[in-house]
Design a binder for this molecule. Structure first.
Ligand code: PHE
Length: 443
């Protein structure tokens, strides 16, 4: 039943039965381009982030194809051959060398090579096999940004002074940012001292941090203004941000920016000083600079107080009509007004893994069990009617060594109340598929 070719946004590729793992609902998501749908919260959030990185310094790319090669998505960025992100349990493949991009960084190399401006922003839909809950969906959106300088354009070839001049020209946000760790780590996260003077590395890091802090301050003050328009008595704690060390194969040093939100530190973006090999391999060895990547959907959920990521994909007019006119006047941004939630239908399922599936948890070969396989199986049957899937119990039989697992699946439509019979039918289909497709033994 697998098609011999698939066409995604006009791009036709041969599928390989050993690799192809993209379900129909994910192929449908690839037609939506929510970041280009005017007045959609994902579009509005993109607009707000984008406004902090103005043209012509930054050139905008909003319609790159989601179909990329393993070279673009992984190799060009220095991902090692055994990186877990390459596994079929985590990534949607069309064939061995072709996949749905897992991040907008897949376009870094080609955009550096095109060499059209001093920076860029790439907004796009990205795809990952992942858990099912209210903040995860197999398709979501990212924005990638980069800013670089050219040694050929400054006297003496050291860009530090030019970067510092650009830093001085950036607005000052006045929020205290916690930055408790040293900005780099000699082994884990070294400054690229073969390629950059320490003054350059420091200036690029400072420019990166101020640029991204400004953007986050802007997003969160718009969120606060919207909350105050909804409730004039709304009191907010002052914004808190902090920098933490991070690791990406294509930047060094690397950081994540976290924001204190609802009692927790929340990661909002990843970034770093671009590894010089990327510029060298892209034919622009005299450039150096920084890059970042941010998930748009999560930010949109905070900005609009949207409780469930599935709402973005809903075609329900009660959702989409709430944001009409905001794209043309961002000061009209309003919080999402929840329409009544229909009752949840939780159902549990427990099973023994067959001995051939329980042996390895890596999920790299066809016969190993990986949790993402369950997630997708449920999603294929219940679509957007599934709200949450979580492991509630697991144990290994002391004598037989067999592994038992129990999952709770919450079925809930965003659009109507499910009848008991409907929920039972979904669940019965899930149970059958678990046996047929994953070879488990129901308990
Ligand atoms: N691509 C990274 C991710 O998806 C984010 C990132 C982009 C980090 C650019 C550094 C520079 O997690």
């Amino acid at each position: 039943k697998m098609p011999s070719t698939v066409t995604i946004r006009g791009h036709t590729c041969k599928t390989d039965p050993d690799w192809f793992n993209i379900p129909d609902n994910v192929l449908d998501s690839a037609t939506r381009r929510l970041h280009l749908q005017k007045d959609h919260p994902v579009y509005i959030t993109r607009q707000i982030i984008q406004s902090n990185f103005p043209m012509p310094t930054f050139k905008y790319h909003n319609d790159f194809s989601p179909v990329v090669t393993t070279r673009q998505n992984f190799d060009s960025l220095g991902f090692p051959a055994d990186h877990p992100g390459r596994a079929r349990s985590d990534t949607y493949y069309i064939n061995e060398g072709t996949l749905l991009r897992t991040h907008t960084s897949a376009h870094q190399a080609e955009t550096f090579r095109a060499n059209e401006s001093d920076g860029y922003l790439i907004s796009a839909d990205v795809y990952r096999r992942d858990a099912i809950d209210r903040s995860h969906y197999p398709a979501f959106h990212q924005m990638e940004g980069a800013r670089h300088w050219d040694r050929g354009e400054v006297p003496g070839g050291d860009v530090a002074a030019a970067v510092l001049r650009d830093l001085e020209a950036l607005p000052k946000h006045g929020v205290v940012v916690e930055d408790p760790n040293p900005p780099w780590h000699a082994e884990r996260n070294p400054v690229q001292d073969k390629h950059h003077s320490s003054a350059e590395a420091e200036a690029i890091g400072a420019h990166l941090k101020r640029s991204l802090e400004n953007m986050v301050v802007d997003v969160f003050s718009r969120a606060k203004a919207a909350a105050m328009r909804a409730d004039p008595n709304f009191v907010d704690e002052p914004l808190r941000m902090r920098w933490v060390e991070a690791y990406f194969p294509f930047t060094s040093p690397s950081w994540e920016l976290e924001v204190y939100y609802a009692g927790d530190w929340l990661e909002v973006l990843g970034c770093g000083v671009v590894k010089q090999d990327l510029f060298i391999n892209a034919g622009v060895p005299s450039k150096l600079g920084w890059a970042f990547g941010i998930g748009i959907d999560r930010i949109a959920m905070l900005l609009f107080k949207i409780p469930d990521i599935r709402l973005f994909w809903s075609r329900d007019d009660r959702f989409i009509s709430q944001f009409t006119g905001v794209s043309d006047d961002l000061d009209k941004l309003k919080l999402f007004a929840p329409f009544s939630k229909y009752p949840p239908s939780p159902r549990d399922v427990s099973f023994w893994l067959s001995s051939s599936t329980s042996s390895a948890a890596g999920g790299n070969t066809k016969n190993t069990f990986h949790e993402n396989d369950i997630m997708e199986l449920v999603r294929n049957i219940a679509g957007d009617v599934v709200e949450d899937v979580r492991l509630i119990d697991e144990f290994t039989h002391p004598k037989t060594g067999r592994k038992s697992m129990a999952y709770r699946i919450v079925y809930r439509s965003l659009e109507r109340t499910l009848t008991t019979e409907e929920a039972n039918k979904y669940h019965e289909d899930v149970r059958e598929a678990l046996v047929k497709e994953l070879g488990v033994e129901l308990r």
